[in-house]
Design a protein around this ligand. Structure first.
Ligand code: NOJ
Length: 520
């Protein structure tokens, strides 16, 4: 395990929306370089940058056309190499986004693969043997190529699935994993990884990491074996490199060799009950005041045990072998600020930043950038509203771009209370300053870092506070708008850090409404 991970706090950057350095309205690599000092000042010491490779952008860049080339709208490969160097000078590691399961339909491999004549790339993607025979249980496209066959999709229509083989082939057109052409796909993946690692990147966030080998396989043993091979390569040749998976099954992902796996928002799962449990209600329902059962909503309808039911068994299985990553959000989910106020966010982030594993902060979440209801942009659909430009200052385009307003990748928030870094940096107790304080504390206290032990002290359905232990520290979380009692054995500890008024803790041994305590 690379040691740097144990104290890593990641900052996720959606490059088109972070900082535009050349006035074309789209964020770019040089813009990221300009803001490295800001990222450093937050205390974040690692970056994940969403795909910045050549792409037709039918899925925000997750439709890669050339894995080894930075898309011109972001700059050049040289700019990215410079970013690696500048980040390293500040002690910041950089992960790129690896999309191993599919390419764009415009990738040269796919252009060759769809040809009727056999060639080196004929089996690089998964094709059935007739355009009239689709594939059971897998999405496919028929009738679009000179080649007679249907091709399997991994996600959108623009993303044909790469062929890593089938664990148990059941049809003639399904190749076994050890077929030379499937091995060639695997080698091509490793080649892409080597290319960026050799140029100074520190690893990858891996898109849909679970999706490589097709066919029946509940335990994902085929896909797991491929990643184990990748991990062997890393351990041998790039021992400081890190891979973090979008798998959402930490025990499986860690067994596959990933250093950490994301706990992701999936409707109804444990993670989503913390921040986004309004999903069972329709939009109208929610606006009409439908009950929000998110744990961090102050109304107090939340239940931490629903999160723990998923999290604790996972924690037990991965502890000591790998990590889990809790995130404030990402480019695929509505920002928490959609339903949580700035005060609610403070407590939610305090929880995320004091849990074990490797936390991720999505750009803009540190100021509570709002989710905007926007039309689909580049395959974002309802995700588009979480991908709007970062808001730096009170000036033109909120400091994101000096270009014309109508060229902006997406609009900035023009409401009078739109959050900006400039405003919040000056305000004591702002969300931004709270995030900074919490990250500083995490760096100071080993107990709060990835490997510090974790134990639940008090967690009960619809009761507050939720109390847990990290090493020798006790952490108490009361997101509700009611006061909450603290058990006697915890009461007499000294406060190391607090959100909310602490007097009542000292006088009555209670937690004030909407408060958070770290006790020594
Ligand atoms: C997950 C990515 O996070 C998402 O943005 C993308 O659309 C799909 N994978 C397909 O690559």
């Amino acid at each position: 395990m690379p040691e740097w991970l144990s104290n890593a706090v990641f900052y996720q950057i959606y490059p088109q929306s972070f900082k535009d350095s050349n006035e074309d309205g789209i964020g770019d690599i040089n813009g990221i370089i300009e803001k490295l000092d800001y990222i450093n000042s937050l205390g974040c010491n690692a970056l994940w940058i969403n795909p910045c490779f050549e792409s037709p952008f039918k899925d925000g860049g997750y439709d890669v056309k050339d894995y080894k080339k930075v898309d011109p709208r972001y700059g050049s490969n040289t700019d990215l190499y410079r970013l690696f160097g500048e980040a390293h000078n500040r002690g910041i590691h950089v992960l790129l986004d690896l999309v191993p399961g599919h390419t764009s339909e415009e990738h040269p491999w796919f252009k060759e693969s769809r040809k009727a004549q056999k060639n080196k790339y004929t089996n690089r993607y998964i094709w059935t043997d007739s355009c009239f025979h689709g594939a059971d249980h897998m999405p496919f496209v028929a009738g679009e190529s000179q080649r007679d066959g249907c091709y399997i999709l991994n996600f959108f229509k623009c993303q044909p699935a790469l062929n890593y083989g089938f664990l148990h082939p059941t049809e003639k057109w399904q190749l076994p994993m050890d077929h030379p052409d499937c091995i060639a796909t695997r080698e091509a993946l490793k080649d892409v990884m080597r290319f960026w690692l050799d140029h100074g990147c520190d690893g990858f966030r891996v898109d849909m990491a679970h999706s490589l080998v097709k066919g029946d396989d509940e335990n994902k043993s085929g896909t797991v074996s491929i990643w184990r091979e990748v991990r062997e390569m890393l351990d041998k040749d790039y021992p400081e490199a890190v891979i973090i998976s979008e798998w959402s099954n930490p025990p499986q992902a860690v067994a596959a060799g990933f250093h950490s796996d994301f706990c992701l928002h999936m409707e109804g799962n444990g993670y989503s009950t913390l921040f986004r449990d309004y999903q069972n209600h329709t939009e109208t329902d929610r606006k009409a005041g439908g009950i929000d059962r998110s744990f961090f909503k102050k109304d107090g309808h939340g239940d931490i045990t629903r999160f723990l039911a998923d999290y604790l068994p996972w924690y037990e299985k991965v502890n000591g072998k790998g990590y889990m990553s809790l995130t404030t959000g990402n480019h695929d989910t509505e920002r928490m600020s959609y339903t949580l106020s700035q005060d609610e966010l403070k407590i939610a982030y305090a929880f995320i930043l004091t849990m074990p594993g490797v936390p991720f902060l999505y750009y803009g979440d540190e100021i509570g950038l709002k989710y905007q209801e926007l039309a689909n942009k580049e395959g974002g659909y309802n995700r588009t509203g979480s991908r709007t430009p970062m808001q730096w200052t009170e000036e033109k385009n909120k400091g994101f771009s000096d270009g014309c307003e109508d060229t902006l990748y997406l609009p900035v928030d023009l409401s009078p209370d739109a959050p900006t870094v400039e405003k919040q940096a000056k305000t004591q107790g702002s969300l931004l300053n709270t995030v900074k304080d919490l990250i500083t504390l995490r760096h100071e206290k080993k107990d709060l870092q990835a490997d510090g032990s974790f134990e639940v002290v008090y967690a009960e359905k619809e009761k507050f506070p939720f109390i847990y232990k990290r090493g020798n520290l006790i952490i108490a979380v009361n997101p509700s708008e009611e006061q909450a009692g603290i058990p006697n054995d915890v009461k007499n500890r000294k406060i190391l850090y607090a959100i909310g008024k602490t007097e009542i803790y000292h006088h009555e041994g209670k937690m004030p409404p909407q408060s958070f305590l770290i006790l020594e």
